[in-house]
Write a new protein. Structure first.
Lengths: 129, 129
């Protein structure tokens, strides 16, 4: 697959294949793409920690790959996945997109599915992206 | 809204609010975010052309904003939108994600909705992102 990486990375949108909800956006380098393909579980490259991280490696909330789509310019991926666990977000929500903008400010519109301190510990090292 | 831009940009996923289909991924700078909010139509910053572009400015296929969501780390946006036209992709498909990876290679799984040369002209200047 001929992908266009920018500074070595390509953004990957993760979508719940059953509900159609967008769960998160992460970044992959070529190694992460290969590991995702080989393992069948979504693996990103963490820009903050500068290393590969398989989503769920700490929480157990893995993202099982069902299909990978490529966009017209080959510079973005859309992964159809099954979320193995109550939430994708390290803050305890099913989706990382749990806030919406309103004229009066931001509003949380999802309910929390789990207590992140119990899943990730106080340090919460599995921050997103 | 306190957003985290990287090199001045934030990725914005555009999702059809009726079907849940992911239509495209683009990038916004602060000015594009403001213009999107003020106009109610999705406006990106084109990295290739280094200027703002309102989706549909050439094709007429605008993206009308219905809701903007922000992710946990405030470094990605998810825009719920109505697509005004037959397709979002400059190659004639409803979604830019019209190809999927298969064990034997890539496969186009969407049908073409319009002839891009008739909408964009031969030069097709409204390339994605």
């Amino acid at each position: 697959m001929d992908l266009k990486f920018q500074d070595g990375l390509i953004p990957a949108i993760i979508q719940d294949r059953h509900t159609g909800k967008v769960l998160m956006l992460g970044y992959m380098n070529a190694e992460a793409v290969n590991k995702t393909l080989e393992s069948g579980y979504v693996t990103f490259y963490s820009r903050a920690r500068q290393k590969l991280w398989t989503k769920g490696e700490k929480s157990g909330h893995h993202l099982q790959v069902r299909e990978i789509r490529v966009d017209c310019d080959r510079d973005a991926l859309l992964v159809q996945a099954d979320l193995r666990g109550p939430g994708c977000c390290h803050m305890g929500y099913r989706s990382c997109f749990f806030r919406k903008m309103t004229p009066s400010g931001e509003e949380v519109f999802l309910r929390r599915e789990f207590d992140p301190s119990k899943v990730y510990g106080e340090e919460n090292p599995e921050s997103q992206t």
